[in-house]
Design a protein around this ligand. Structure first.
Ligand SMILES: Nc1ncnc2c1ncn2[C@@H]1O[C@H](COP(=O)(O)OP(=O)(O)OP(=O)(O)O)[C@@H](O)[C@H]1O
Length: 276
């Protein structure tokens, strides 16, 4: 993939490598799934990962999230080999919705709060600041009024916002989304993608998203994949195509966007963006 390397006008670097995949292969027991995959994701890139069923997309995301170990090759996160990487709160991961048990007896607030817990940490004393983060993440996703509801009682679109809020609660620099809109109606899908694009355009975040929604991917990331490995196709919007590196308040800025979407007014800067 093309290399960034420049610095933005305001002096903040938007081009550090966030994910490095170097000749990575993976097999489930004896079954090879990925072979010799390499790619690089720079700060504030938006990568759309497309591939046929069984191509290995979820497997690749799970390796990046540290949930599977490559059979060979190396993965780096924020410049560090993954085996040494400790700053997992810099990464938000939204798994496929079908990996979640809808009978899980937790409230919306509890699910969002669980995003604060570090790996292997079952309980953590929550400070006032932690509670504020949870409230902000729920506010940003427009789910504050659902906070005491059981997650299994929500619609697919509402559940997806809860998992997004859970992934956002630590203000991650990298957000990994695995087919975030599967099983959600077309209108909710659209407003979900507006929200994701808005986050990309207005916040200093990097996105890696698996999606089967070709219209969204091609509309925002361009008609042709920037690179392909086997059956995996990577569509990309590089960070140098966005305006700047300035980070603004996520909850505040998403609230304005939501109000516009909910009142049916056109959001020119987001809806009107046809990408590339
Ligand atoms: N835990 C597992 N044990 C054994 N094989 C697995 C496991 N998980 C996935 N596989 C197999 O690995 C291959 C890649 O699976 P993966 O879920 O990564 O594909 P995918 O591209 O995400 O597919 P989809 O678009 O259907 O979600 C598939 O053939 C799948 O059956």
């Amino acid at each position: 993939m093309p290399d960034g390397g420049e610095t933005m006008n305001n002096g903040a670097s938007c081009h550090r490598e966030v994910i490095g995949i170097h000749n990575v292969s993976f097999a489930y027991e004896q079954k090879p799934v990925l072979s010799g995959v390499s790619f690089s994701v720079k700060e504030r890139d938006f990568i759309g990962l497309i591939g046929t069923n069984g191509a290995g997309k979820t497997t690749l995301l799970r390796m990046i999230a540290g949930l599977h170990k490559p059979s060979s090759g190396e993965i780096t996160l924020f410049g560090e080999p993954i085996a040494k990487f400790k700053e997992w709160n810099r990464i938000g991961y939204v798994p496929q919705r079908n990996s979640f048990n809808p009978q899980f007896p937790a409230t919306v607030k509890e699910v969002v709060t669980s995003g604060l817990y570090g790996r292997g940490m079952i309980f953590r004393f929550l400070t006032k600041e932690h509670h504020t983060k949870v409230l902000d993440a729920m506010d940003a996703m427009g789910i504050s009024d659902l906070k005491d509801k059981k997650i299994g009682q929500l619609s697919g679109g509402q559940q997806q916002r809860v998992f997004l809020a859970r992934a956002l609660v630590n203000s991650p620099s990298l957000l990994i989304l695995d087919e975030p809109t599967v099983g959600i109606d077309a209108e909710t899908q659209q407003s979900f993608f507006h929200m994701i694009k808005h986050m990309h355009q207005h916040h200093n975040m990097t996105f890696l998203m698996v999606s089967h929604d070709m219209e969204m991917v091609k509309g925002y990331l361009g008609q042709q994949p920037a690179s392909s490995w086997g059956k995996l196709n990577f569509y990309i919007k590089h960070s140098h195509e966005t305006q700047d590196c300035v980070e603004s308040n996520l909850a505040h800025s998403l609230k304005g966007l939501r109000e516009q979407l909910e009142s049916g007014r056109e959001v020119v800067s987001v809806v009107g963006d046809t990408g590339a």
